[in-house]
Design a protein around this ligand. Sequence first.
Ligand SMILES: Cc1ncc(COP(=O)(O)O)c(C=O)c1O
Length: 343
Amino acid sequence: MRRILLNQNESPYPPPSHVLEAARQELSRANRYPDPALKEEVTQLAAEYIGVDPEQTILIPGADTVVDITARPLRIQEYIIPDPSFYDIIIGTFEWNNVSLQKIPLNNYVSRLSKHTSNGWSTVGLVDNPNNPLGCILFKEKPNTSTPIIVDEAYYEYSNITMAHHVRREEDVIILRTFSKAFSLASLRIGALAAPTHIAEKLRRDPLIFRITSPSLKALKAALTDPSYVRRNVAETVKEKERIASTLARLGLKVYNSYTNFLTIDTGIPGITGILAGRGIIVKSLENWVKQGMIRVTIGSREENTVFLEELEKVLSQASVKDKFEAGDDRLRPEPDEEPCEA
Ligand SMILES: Cc1ncc(COP(=O)(O)O)c(C=O)c1O
């Protein structure tokens, strides 16, 4: 059976030929260690793309390394994260780095962080904005807090909301970007971080200077030199997202407003993830994470999305009223029509 993978918020579009060719050529030099000058060159391009200084920019092997990369050099002891958030997926990284964790319900995150006072970087806010798994924006303006904040902008290309100007002003803000989503480079494990210059200097002392491979650097160089495909991919994804959302709304399902490349859907059917998997559609279950009957669905190619909609519609028409979720886990259940974290 054909499997359609809509569970990891990947881009459905392979990288374009100029990016593939750059990586392929570099593979023939795989006997050589990565060239520091190449890393510097790509760092400059990434800085330009983000809109900060090269001195403020560091290439990282994926945004999921954020705790590994920041905890020790900045002597961070506690991260304050929203609940739910992407960090539930990488929860082991906090224990691994021997740091503590404070979870704040998403709806209260900004107000609680604003009241939190902090001296230096021992406690920091770490927040995905837009949020994964709900797709919503927690803030469009930086929360007014003395606590340093790390803002994960993995979906920036879809949200167009960034805190880069705070980094430019050397405030206590770090932003994270990934090239795994809109840039279609998930398997190459490359992202970037922008931080105030004195913080970036500390982070740059990472002893593992060859963490990022040369084919990844070359691919990103080619991508940032000609990123027109990224704009095309994002436009197509946004168009498809709107098509899916309006179809699902017509089917009477609650769909959350999304600033990302995925949609969060309350199907009202317990075990929906398994039912869809039986039909070859793999989506992310939010059943034990947020709420029963809830799924997170990556926007795939037009064809994949059409199959998903057709299969979901069949499941809905077959599910009897008694199968549908009635009470259950209310942990994050918003009031009707209320968005859980709309800015
Ligand atoms: C908010 C958020 N941050 C980071 C990542 C992972 O990024 P990377 O592939 O660069 O590790 C994801 C992936 O789903 C995500 O949703």
